[in-house]
Design a protein around this ligand. Sequence first.
Ligand code: KG4
Ligand code: ZN
Length: 386
Amino acid sequence: MSDAFILGIESSCDETAAAVVRSGEQLISNVVASQIATHQPYGGVVPELASREHLRAIVPVVRQALAEARHTYESVDAIAVTQGPGLAGALLVGISYAKALAFALDKPLIAVNHLEGHIHAVLLEERQKGNHDLQFPVLALVVSGGHTHLYLASQNADSWTYENIGHTRDDAAGEAFDKVAKLLGLGYPGGPIIDRLSSHGDPSAVKFPPAQIKHRDRRGRMDGRAVDPRDDRPRFDFSYSGIKTAMLRYVEAHQMQGGIDARRKALADIPKPSLRDCLATCDKRALDLVASFQRAIVEDLVGKTLAAADACAVATLFVTGGVAANQELRQTFEREAVHQGLPVFFPSRKLSTDNAAMIAAAAYPKFLVKDFAPMDFSAEAGMVLR
Ligand code: KG4
Ligand code: ZN
């Protein structure tokens, strides 16, 4: 099989992205236009604004990705686009553009699940490094602003299948980072700034009780299959709404609101606050609280993932999605997985957060088996991975 150059397009949330990837193993170009500045004043992604920004950015971003790859619209072999999960209006911008390109150029169109993309970000970079013999089964933790999911991933010839064995019952881990940063007046998105501030505080200063999950999951499995009442296999679910409430109580009990309001105001006046700017607004109590929050989330993610890896006797661990960019999470996984004799792989920071290279990489196995999308396919905001 000769090389296949796939143009990937991603617009599921607040990043408009396009990339060219060769045969799922070489990143040729990777362009990401972030909408952070647009959503920052609101402390979170505003869906209508996201769609409008995608409309503005999609054409120049795709052009730039092709130009940087020294490709043209005609020279790529297929067009891949995120079908879901994500914001419906945002997804539709990428999908409509990808359809128009595929139709006009008479190229195959491939629909990709965003979560599968995050998993293939790891595979793309490992192949690029020459690592072609990963051991199966693989357990993948996909941890981002919208998801905290554990998948058992298996490969059969060229096709991949996934089984969900755990997910968050309420907030995603990245959402907890974002909400806590908003609560503390640290701006949006919360993950990167909490990551950087945490090394300046004492992570053992505040003890948060571990998340309690007492009830069986009534929402069913996240791979879309019905729950079988006889299925008593252990699940590895997460919950992050409790820690958010505990943070709020701590802030109230320690009269931190005045300091938070002053911080919010000071940072709002700075166009792109640096770590130094943020540090200047934080006292020891605030830094200790941030560090303790991050430690609690990291310990929960690592503990449950390693317990799942043990129970399922997996050979390899992947950790991917925006929160996988977190320094302490990476270090803790690397340290703890060694004890279990488990190799752990992360994408580079650039490919941890949303991008289109992962979409083009995940599309390659589908390209090989001609799993092309019909022209009438649509966005699936709640798309499941299986
Ligand atoms: O994968 P992603 O770009 O978008 C989604 O699919 O959700 O993930 C974005 C999330 C945000 O919640 C952001 O705060 C979080 O990832 N994030 C981080 C870090 N960088 C991004 N969380 C913790 N530490 C980081 N360094
Ligand atoms: Zn994502």
